[in-house]
Design a protein around this ligand. Structure first.
Ligand SMILES: [Zn+2]
Length: 180
């Protein structure tokens, strides 16, 4: 009985993940960039829906006693969100309607990274960034506005996740150093 309900919760959360694009931005985007962002969003969406990641999220939800029913919609946004300081936002959580947004890095950032790093490394970083962003925003469901606490917990949980899935991968180790 317990196992059945746990599996249901996994699929429920992953069913809430969808790719969303701002139509105005689609219309104003070059074909090359649009292909890039669409592909990026597809990879992120697939990564966030992976059973091993969903299982891990559910473990965090139980451990932190996060009210999972509060989350109605997890949007993998196709286009980046640039803050006033020029940095790109990774995620955002709207408590009143239970919406979590996950944003990509900019096309120019990724192109620059690909000049000096292997494709696998860059992809691993971008996927990790998206996973950590979802963990971060889920934690905000419980810890509203507590940025420092959420940051510390995200770091702790993401380290555990990497330890479980990529313990001997130097790229994973390096990614952790870059991210936190
Ligand atoms: Zn935050």
């Amino acid at each position: 009985m317990v196992l059945v309900s746990v599996n249901m919760i996994h699929s429920e959360l992953s069913q809430k993940i969808r790719v969303v694009a701002n139509q105005k931005k689609v219309d104003n985007c070059s074909e090359h960039k649009l292909n890039f962002y669409n592909n990026y969003a597809k990879v992120v969406s697939e990564t966030l829906k992976k059973p091993f990641f969903q299982k891990f999220l559910h473990w965090i939800i139980r451990k932190e006693q996060i009210e999972k029913n509060v989350v109605n919609d997890i949007q993998v946004r196709v286009f980046p969100f640039q803050k006033e300081n020029g940095n790109c936002l990774a995620g955002r959580c709207y408590h009143n309607n239970g919406v979590i947004l996950i944003f990509p890095k900019k096309h120019s950032f990724v192109e620059r990274k690909l000049e000096n790093h292997k494709k696998r490394k860059v992809r691993f970083y971008l996927k990790s960034r998206a996973m950590a962003a979802l963990i971060h925003e889920l934690l905000h469901v419980k810890y509203k506005g507590k940025e420092n606490k959420v940051r510390k917990l995200t770091q702790k949980y993401f380290h555990i996740f990497i330890e479980l899935n990529n313990p001997d991968d130097p790229i994973a180790k390096n990614t952790l150093q870059v991210m936190f």
